[in-house]
Ligand binder design. Structure first.
Ligand code: C2E
Ligand code: MG
Ligand code: MG
Length: 641
C-alpha cells in the first residue's frame, strides 16, 4: 500500500531530490519506515499520476506560463507601488515644510518631522494637540476662527500665525489647509502644510520699522504719529499733541555744518526720550528740528506741564558744537493742541498744533502755546502758513515772474535802464506784487530764494538777448535778509562770477533802511559787488529818515528818491526842499539820482529843474513782464549819463 521514493519519482517524473525537499517543506509528505525510508501513500500517488502531475501536456505548459507571467506583472506593479510609497514617505518625512493632518476639531492626527523645527517637539508628542495651543495669545479663539474659515471656504491659504515653540522661541508660520468631507458634507479631516516664515516676517517687520521710524534718532516718525492719532480719534479718545521745534537750529547747521546739526538733533532726541521715561506718552521726530509728543488721555493741565518740562529739558541741554564751542543756551518752542477739541481729524489737529507752535515762535520763542481758536495771532499765523506754502509752491513750480519798469533819462526822456520787479503768478494766472508777500517772505527767509531766482532769471535773459546795448543796466532789488546771510552772498557772488554777463550792466538796489540796519554787513556787501564790477543803488532814499552823513560811507552809484517825496513834489514845499538838497549833495558826491514814482508831467518838469538825471514811474510806464518789454539796444554814445 506504499510506494518507495524511487517508484514515485518514476511515476510522476519528479527528481528524487525535489521529492525529498517537498517532503521537508510539507508539500508532499511521506511517512517513514523503521529504517528511515520514505513511503508514499499509494492512493495519493495514483491520483496524482492520474491527474497528470508529472506528465504535463503542452497545453497545460502554456497555461502555466501565462499564469506565471501575470503573477510576475502583479509583483512588478506591487513593487512599483511600494517604491512610490517609500519615495513619497521619504519626501514627506524629510520635507522642511510641515505636512500635517488633523481631525475635524483641528487636533493633529499626523505630522512629519518638520514638527521638530516648528514646535520643538516630536511628531508623536503633538498628536491630539492643535496649532493654536502654541499661539502667543488667546489660542481657542484663533482655532475657532481658523476652523470657521475652513468650513466656509473649504480651504485656507497662507494663514499667518505667531507661535511660541516649546523652547520659548518665536515662530511665524504660514498655514495652508484644505478640508476632506464625508458623503454628507461634514468635515472628516483637515490636511495641509505649514511653513516657517519667521525670517520673511522679521524682514517685513524691519522694513515696516524703517518706514515708521526716523533713521537719525530711531524715533517713530510722522507717519507713525498720524496712524496713532487716527486710532486714538477713531476710538473716541481724548489726549494732547505737542510739537516741539528747536529754536535757531539753522544757526547750528549753517555755522557748524550738517553733521553737527545731526548730532544736535540726536542729543535733543535723547534728552526728550529721558523725559518721556516717566510719562504715559510717546515721542516722535517729525523731521528737521521738529519733535512731537503724544499724550493719550492727557488734558490741558498735564499737556502744559509736559510742555514746560520738555522746554526745560532742552534749556538744560549742553551741546558741544565744536572743540571750542559749547552751546549752552539752546531753547525750543512748543505748540499744544488737545483732541478732539482742537481738531477731530488728523489733518486739522496736526495743522492746529503747527499753528500753536508758530505762535510760540512769533511771540519770541522759548515758550509753549496752547492752540487758541479765537486769537488774533491765529489769523496772522494762518496767513503766514498760507503764504509760506504759496511761496514755496511758487518757487517749486517756477512761478516767480520778472516784471520790469523803465528808468528814463529826463534830459531826453530816453529809456536807459530797467528795474526788475518780482511778481508771483498765482493759480489763476494773476501776478501778485511784492507788497502782498515781501514781509512774510523776509520773515520766513524765503526772500533769499526769491532774490536768487530773480537774479538767475535775469542773467539767463541777458545771456539770451545778445542785442541788449552795452550801456543798458538792469536794477535788481536785494533784501536785507539775503544780504546779511554769508551763505547766501557766497552763492550770489559765485552766480554772478560764473554767469558770463557783463557785471557793469548790473545794479543792485539796497533800501536805505536795510543798509542802515547793519552797517558792517552793508559795507562788506557793497565792497564784494563793486570788486566784481557791479553797481549799487540806495533805494527808497528818504523813507528811512537816515542822515545824509552815511551817504559818504556807502560807496553807491545811484540814489533812488523814495516815491513819497516825488508824488507830492508839486504841492509840498518840504518835499521840494528835500529833493533839491539831495540832488545837490549827490552831485557833490558824484552820484546819480533817480526819482521814483513820477506820475505827472509837472513833477517831471520840477525834477529836471532840480538837476535829477533819471525818473521812473507810471508817467512813463507801469511795470510789465520783462519778456514783453522791448529789448533796449542803446548804442555807445557820448550823450550817456
Ligand atoms: P521799489 O524797489 O521801490 O520799487 C518801486 C515800486 O514802486 C514798485 O512796486 C513799482 O511798481 C512802484 N511804482 C513804479 N512807478 C510808480 C508810480 O508812478 N506810482 C506808484 N504809486 N508806484 C510806482 P512793486 O513792484 O510793487 O515793488 C514793491 C517793492 O518790492 C519794491 O520797491 C522793492 O523794494 C520790492 N521788490 C520788488 N521786487 C523785488 C525783488 O526781486 N526782491 C526784493 N528783495 N524786493 C523786491
Ligand atoms: Mg527798487
Ligand atoms: Mg524804491
Amino acid at each position: 500500500m506504499h510506494y518507495s521514493i524511487q517508484q514515485v519519482s518514476e511515476m510522476l517524473g519528479i527528481p528524487i531530490q525535489k521529492l525529498r525537499r517537498w517532503d521537508e517543506q510539507g508539500v508532499l509528505i511521506a511517512s517513514r519506515t523503521d529504517g528511515g525510508h520514505r513511503r508514499y501513500s499509494r492512493e495519493l500517488i495514483d491520483r496524482l499520476a492520474a491527474s497528470g502531475l508529472g506528465t504535463t501536456s503542452d497545453k497545460t505548459n502554456a497555461e502555466l506560463a501565462t499564469i506565471r507571467k501575470s503573477l510576475a506583472e502583479k509583483r512588478r506593479v506591487i513593487q512599483l507601488l511600494l517604491d512610490s510609497e517609500n519615495r513619497y514617505r521619504d519626501l514627506v518625512e524629510t520635507s522642511h515644510d510641515l505636512i500635517w493632518t488633523t481631525d475635524a476639531q483641528g487636533r493633529f492626527t499626523y505630522l512629519n518631522n518638520a514638527a521638530y523645527e516648528i514646535f520643538g517637539l516630536a511628531p508623536k508628542d503633538l498628536i491630539g494637540r492643535c496649532f493654536f495651543d502654541f499661539e502667543s495669545g488667546a489660542s481657542h479663539i484663533s482655532n475657532r476662527r481658523f476652523l470657521a474659515t475652513l468650513k466656509r471656504d473649504g480651504e485656507v491659504k497662507n494663514y499667518v500665525s505667531h507661535l511660541v515653540t516649546s523652547k520659548g522661541q518665536d515662530r511665524w508660520i504660514g498655514i495652508n489647509a484644505r478640508v476632506a468631507l464625508d458623503d454628507n458634507g461634514a468635515i472628516l479631516a483637515i490636511r495641509g502644510t505649514a511653513r516657517d516664515i519667521t525670517e520673511q516676517h522679521l524682514a517685513t517687520l524691519r522694513i515696516e520699522h524703517l518706514a515708521m521710524h526716523d533713521a537719525l534718532t530711531d524715533l517713530p516718525n510722522r507717519h507713525c504719529l498720524q496712524r496713532r492719532i487716527e486710532e486714538a480719534l477713531a476710538a473716541g479718545g481724548v489726549g494732547a499733541l505737542l510739537f516741539l521745534d528747536v529754536d535757531h537750529f539753522k544757526y547750528v547747521n549753517d555755522n557748524f555744518g550738517h553733521r553737527t546739526g545731526d548730532h544736535l538733533i540726536i542729543g535733543v532726541g535723547s534728552v526728550l526720550r529721558d523725559l518721556m521715561r516717566g510719562l504715559n506718552g510717546e515721542l516722535y521726530r517729525l523731521g528737521g528740528d521738529e519733535f512731537a509728543i503724544h499724550l493719550p488721555a492727557a488734558l490741558r493741565k498735564e499737556a502744559i506741564e509736559v510742555a514746560e518740562r520738555a522746554l526745560d529739558a532742552v534749556r538744560h541741554y549742553r551741546f558741544q558744537a565744536a572743540e571750542d564751542k559749547l552751546i549752552s543756551n539752546l531753547t525750543a518752542s512748543a505748540g499744544i493742541a488737545l483732541y478732539p477739541f482742537h481738531g477731530n481729524d488728523v489733518l486739522a489737529l496736526l495743522s492746529n498744533v503747527d499753528i500753536a507752535m508758530y505762535q510760540a515762535k512769533d511771540l519770541g520763542r522759548n515758550r509753549h502755546m496752547l492752540f487758541d481758536q479765537d486769537s488774533d495771532i491765529l489769523r496772522s499765523t494762518h496767513r503766514r502758513i498760507h503764504w509760506a506754502k504759496m511761496l514755496r509752491d511758487a518757487l517749486d513750480e517756477d512761478r516767480v515772474v520778472l516784471f520790469s519798469q523803465p528808468v528814463v533819462r529826463l534830459k531826453d526822456h530816453k529809456t536807459m535802464h530797467h528795474e526788475i520787479l518780482a511778481r508771483i503768478r498765482d493759480e489763476d494766472g494773476r501776478h501778485i506784487p511784492p507788497a502782498n508777500f515781501l514781509e512774510i517772505a523776509e520773515s520766513l527767509g524765503l526772500i533769499k530764494d526769491i532774490d536768487l531766482r530773480v537774479v538767475e532769471k535775469l542773467l539767463a535773459f541777458m545771456r539770451e538777448n545778445h542785442q541788449i546795448g552795452k550801456r543798458v543796466r538792469y536794477f535788481v532789488n536785494i533784501s536785507r535778509v539775503s544780504m546779511s546771510d554769508p551763505d547766501w552772498t557766497r552763492r550770489f557772488v559765485a552766480l554772478l562770477r560764473d554767469s558770463g554777463v557783463n557785471p557793469s550792466q548790473l545794479v543792485f538796489e539796497i533800501t536805505e533802511t536795510a543798509a542802515m540796519a547793519e552797517i558792517d554787513v552793508t559795507l562788506t556787501f557793497i565792497r564784494q559787488l563793486k570788486d566784481l564790477g557791479c553797481r549799487i543803488a540806495l533805494d527808497d532814499f528818504g523813507a528811512g529818515f537816515s542822515s545824509f552823513y552815511y551817504l559818504k560811507r556807502f560807496d553807491v552809484d545811484y540814489l533812488k528818491i523814495d516815491g513819497s517825496f516825488i508824488r507830492d513834489l508839486a504841492t509840498d514845499e518840504g518835499s521840494r526842499i528835500f529833493v533839491r538838497a539831495l540832488n545837490d549833495l549827490a552831485h557833490g558826491l558824484d552820484k546819480q539820482v533817480i526819482a521814483e514814482g513820477a506820475e505827472t508831467q509837472e513833477v517831471l518838469k520840477l525834477l529836471s529843474e532840480m538837476g535829477t538825471q533819471f525818473a521812473q514811474g507810471n508817467q512813463f510806464q507801469r511795470p510789465v513782464p520783462l519778456e514783453n518789454q522791448p529789448v533796449l539796444e542803446l548804442e555807445t554814445s557820448a550823450s550817456a549819463a
